[in-house]
Design a protein around this ligand. Structure first.
Ligand code: UT7
Length: 327
């Protein structure tokens, strides 16, 4: 059975923060951010919004475009690293309630920025196994809530947003998710971590260093990892499906840093135009970045039925993964 992306939606908060605006509060510059990352702006949620709110906007749009009734959704999977609450209740249950999906199970999936790639394979496998007919998969983040706005090494990189897809059995067996790779190198966990608040380092008033409540990152190590795995994922997915580079219509990489994408393109000797990027406008929205990019491509008629599209992700864990699909 082939499982396909039946519909897609996305939502980004209205408030747009340019590099120049950020440079008013932290020691950085538009020139540094653009030359080191390709980022020009990011969108940041309002005080009233949380991850579930962003996810509900994106999920509602995907549901409307799917043309199925709320009763037909069997499962909500939310990929996020910035849930409404730590541990429980799951944010996916809050979304299931807000979207009024009466027959749906719900769980959160944590795989850092690779969350959407993991979710796509999880949803596909559950539909193929007969455990669900239609799955609503959402990648949603409010990283602004767990960002240390005094740390210029990280705060310039991230943004908020959400993207959603409905997965169903494909009416055309030639179209759908062809293959996935899900990987983990947990020995690199320290390189991208939010230390406090879990069972390893519970929050203790007056004792927990404030910076441990926020994202901490060794940029160089994550950069080297990202370039390596991005290249490997593309190579492996093509090799094991006996495909050549030029058969691909699009590569949609996790939008973390334009230099990571350029480095992968150079190593693979692939034209950069094959890689869809919108990092300049949204920065790194973690598990939301790939579906936000796919939605933009869909809305701008960049995706045609039958196109071969390859998604690549990498992030905290350290995790990595990819999906090869026929649109
Ligand atoms: O989804 C996965 C999440 N994370 C990533 O994908 C991040 C992967 N890493 C990266 O994208 C890059 O490593 C960064 C963009 C984070 C950093 O770029 P870099 O070229 O690796 O810079 P660097 O860390 O080697 O820092 C170079 C200099 C340092 O100054 P000194 O020590 O040479 O004087 C930093 O302090 O740039 C400085 N710097 C900044 N300067 C202005 C770091 N951040 C900033 C900043 N503005 N925002």
């Amino acid at each position: 059975m082939s499982v396909y992306i039946r519909s897609i939606g996305a939502y980004v908060p209205e408030r747009r923060v340019s590099n120049d605006e950020l440079a008013q509060t932290v020691d950085t510059s538009d020139e540094w951010i653009q030359s080191h990352t390709g980022i020009q702006a990011r969108h940041i949620c309002s005080d009233q919004e949380s991850t579930s709110d962003l996810a509900v906007h994106a999920g509602r749009q995907a549901l409307e475009r799917a043309g199925i009734s709320p009763e037909e959704i069997d499962l909500v999977i939310l990929a996020t690293a910035s849930p409404d609450f730590l541990g429980f209740p799951s944010t996916s249950s809050i979304i299931q309630d807000k979207l009024e999906l009466p027959n749906s199970g719900a769980f959160d999936l944590v795989a850092g920025c690779t969350g959407f790639v993991y979710g796509l394979e999880t949803g596909r496998a559950m539909i193929a196994a007969g455990s669900a007919r239609n799955v609503l998969l959402i990648g949603a983040e409010t990283l602004s809530r767990i960002t240390n706005w005094e740390d210029r090494n990280t705060c310039v990189l991230f943004g908020d947003g959400a993207g959603a897809v409905v997965l169903s059995q494909s009416p055309d067996p030639e179209r759908g998710i062809i293959d996935s790779i899900l990987g983990s190198e947990g020995k690199g966990a320290e390189h991208l971590i939010r230390r406090a608040g879990g069972s390893r380092e519970p929050y203790t008033a007056g004792k927990t260093p404030e910076e441990n409540l926020y994202i901490q990152m060794n940029g160089r190590q994550v950069y080297n990892f990202a370039v390596r795995v991005n290249t490997e994922i593309i190579k492996s997915l093509l090799e094991r499906n006996e495909m050549e580079y030029d058969q691909l219509n699009w590569i949609v990489p996790h939008q973390a840093n334009i230099r990571i994408i350029q480095a992968a393109a150079n190593r693979l000797k692939m034209p950069i135009e094959k890689f869809f990027t919108n990092i300049h406008e949204y920065a790194n929205t973690s598990a939301a970045s790939i579906p936000i990019a796919l939605n933009e491509m869909y809305e701008n008629d960049k995706l045609s039925a039958g196109d071969y599209v390859l998604l690549t992700g990498f992030g905290a864990g350290l995790t990595y993964g990819g999906n090869l699909l026929r649109w």
